[in-house]
Design a protein around this ligand. Structure first.
Ligand code: HEC
Ligand code: HEC
Length: 208
């Protein structure tokens, strides 16, 4: 399978002493606290990312509005999403097949690599819509995603995210379509009107 070839070729040893053990989440914590491991995993993740760049762009600033940026995303969140694609709890066929072909080391490598990349700011198109979206965001969304939209260890960064991706993602949560299931996000989108959703997307994508 082509993915196994591409990703397998990048599965080189990280060359930074004894690799951490435990669950991927436990290993990620150890890597993030050890500058030498962090460098080694980020370098390996950068190699793997050459393949991902076809869609997620160089350094994780996506090439299409339908594909999420990975740049600046928190590494724990990235690892969680990767696990969800692998175990089928998040549905997107291409990503599911791709992630299943990646080793745990490669998954850790891409998570730490992308987390360190800067997010390219997106141009503001409609200032009035953005202001309306900010009001909504500041009432509801900031509690988990942060005032600046930068997220935290347990919550996704949303600032600067791609507009079409944001729209589809929020609609999926709101409609409980089943491609992504999260009770917190369903509870926080179920009362959004289409107009609220458009405004919030305009604001969130413009955040830096
Ligand atoms: C053919 C295009 C394509 C390629 C190549 C690709 N992806 Fe994706 N990826 C997508 C799309 C589209 C989504 C959004 C799926 C959805 O709507 O749930 C996505 C979603 C993701 C997400 C979830 C992001 C979030 O904000 O929740 C992660 C993580 C991810 N991809 C990692 C990778 C990695 C790592 C690689 C390379 C090994 C890769 N992708 C290669 C198209 C691609
Ligand atoms: C109570 C906490 C909470 C609140 C409030 C909340 N979210 Fe979330 N959000 C989450 C969690 C948890 C996830 C990750 C879900 C998953 O793994 O699918 C998430 C995921 C997301 C994602 C997907 C990120 C990505 O890269 O794919 C977007 C976009 C998002 N939230 C936007 C919003 C917006 C906009 C609001 C306000 C209307 C909001 N959230 C309110 C907890 C929250």
């Amino acid at each position: 399978m082509v993915f196994a070839l591409v990703c397998g070729a990048a599965a080189a040893q990280t060359g930074a002493g004894t690799p951490p053990t435990g669950t991927p989440e436990e290993r990620l914590k150890v890597i993030l606290q050890d500058p030498q491991q962090l460098e080694a995993y980020a370098r390996m993740g950068q190699k793997v990312s050459l393949f991902c760049a076809n869609c997620h762009g160089d350094g994780g600033n996506s090439v299409s509005s339908e594909v999420p940026n990975l740049a600046g995303q928190n590494p724990t969140y990235l690892l969680t999403q990767v696990r969800q694609f692998a175990d089928g709890s998040r549905r997107f066929e291409f990503m599911e097949r791709l992630i299943k072909a990646m080793s745990v080391d490669e998954r850790l490598g891409v998570a730490v690599y992308y987390a360190r990349q800067p997010v390219k700011p997106q141009p503001v198109k409609d200032a009035a819509l953005v202001a309306k979206g900010k009001q909504y965001y500041d009432k509801i969304c900031w509690r988990c995603h942060g005032e600046q939209g930068h997220g935290s260890e347990s919550f996704a960064r949303v600032a600067g995210q791609q507009t079409v991706y944001l729209t589809q993602t929020l609609q999926n949560y709101r409609g409980s379509i089943g491609t992504r299931v999260n009770p917190l996000m369903t509870a926080n989108t179920v009362h959004m009107s289409d107009a609220d959703l458009r405004a919030v997307v305009a604001y969130v994508s413009s955040m830096r």
